[in-house]
Design a protein around this ligand. Structure first.
Ligand SMILES: NC(=O)c1ccc[n+]([C@@H]2O[C@H](COP(=O)([O-])OP(=O)(O)OC[C@H]3O[C@@H](n4cnc5c(N)ncnc54)[C@H](OP(=O)(O)O)[C@@H]3O)[C@@H](O)[C@H]2O)c1
Length: 252
């Protein structure tokens, strides 16, 4: 069995890759920095075959290159993502925002289009998309990030329905605030959420893997607080959700 995992160098993706390796999957792992090669060594130490690719997934040619090296797959995990922090109109650079759109949205669309057909010959084909509980609430001060996760969530749910006449099961992993490098990388350490205690990436990945293997449509991971936040968001109006979300993303 073979799993392709994007964003496997750190955080949730790193632990997802470990889950697959511990369950006997050979891996194709992808990330944008050199450390994907040292992460790949950790996965090899679990006794599986690993091919590692150092590719910027915000660049269209790289998506087509990646798809061209894959023959068949049993699991496709589209997890790579980034955040951009700050006031969209008055502060953030448009280039960074567009890089986020390309990484968090366009790469998911292109890789789903090119790689889901390579799952059709698998006995147990699975797709995991890393969304977020932020998909259910507008995200002031990281507006494009939360919007990108709303896209991934809706896209995943629609794909699951479209593929219901095949063996492919699509699962959306919806983490709450999770302790990974994404906060430091996006300059969000000194926000309210940046200072709060967070879920462990290994626990989030484990719940994601279990839900994927069960064929669930989604899983909110991993703590009770994250599950309450994710479920509670369904019942509140958007304007109130935006206000409440800003209480988390504002400077500490
Ligand atoms: N942490 C949270 O609180 C949280 C909550 C909900 C959802 N999520 C989602 O979880 C996913 C993983 O994030 P994380 O929290 O684990 O953060 P992370 O540790 O920063 O991991 C992000 C991963 O994505 C890769 N990546 C980012 N941009 C890329 C690009 N242009 N091309 C290729 N790879 C790229 C990174 O690779 P490089 O290091 O090589 O750039 C890294 O492997 C993301 O989709 C994120 O939106 C996170």
């Amino acid at each position: 069995m073979i799993a392709l995992i994007t964003g496997a160098s750190t955080g949730i993706g790193y632990h997802l890759a470990r889950e697959f390796a511990e369950n006997g999957y050979d891996l194709i792992v992808v990330a944008n920095e050199e450390r994907i090669f040292s992460s790949a060594e950790d996965f090899r130490a679990l006794g599986v075959h690993v091919d590692a690719y150092h590719l910027d997934l915000s660049v269209d040619d790289n998506l087509h290159h990646l798809a061209s090296v894959v023959r068949s797959l049993d699991a496709l995990v589209l997890n790579a993502g980034m955040a951009v922090y700050g006031d969209f109109v008055r502060h953030n650079a448009l280039d960074e925002e567009l890089k986020l759109v390309n990484t968090n949205i366009v790469s998911v669309v292109v890789l789903s289009k090119l790689l889901v057909p390579k799952l059709f010959s698998s006995e147990r084909p699975r797709v995991l998309l890393t969304s977020s509980i932020a998909s259910r609430m507008p995200g002031p001060l990281y507006a494009t990030y939360a919007a990108s996760k709303a896209f991934v969530q809706s896209f995943g749910e629609a794909l699951r329905n479209e593929l219901s006449d095949t063996k492919v099961k699509v699962t959306c992993l919806m983490p709450g605030a999770t302790d990974t490098p994404i906060f430091a990388r996006s300059g969000m350490q000194d926000t309210v959420v940046g200072h709060k205690s967070k879920d462990r990436a290994s626990a989030v990945a484990h719940q994601g893997f279990v839900a994927l293997m069960r064929g669930d449509d989604h899983v909110i991971a991993s703590s009770l607080l994250s599950k309450i936040q994710g479920m509670g968001a369904r019942f509140l109006p958007e304007r109130l959700l935006a206000y409440l979300h800003r209480q988390q993303t504002k400077p500490a």
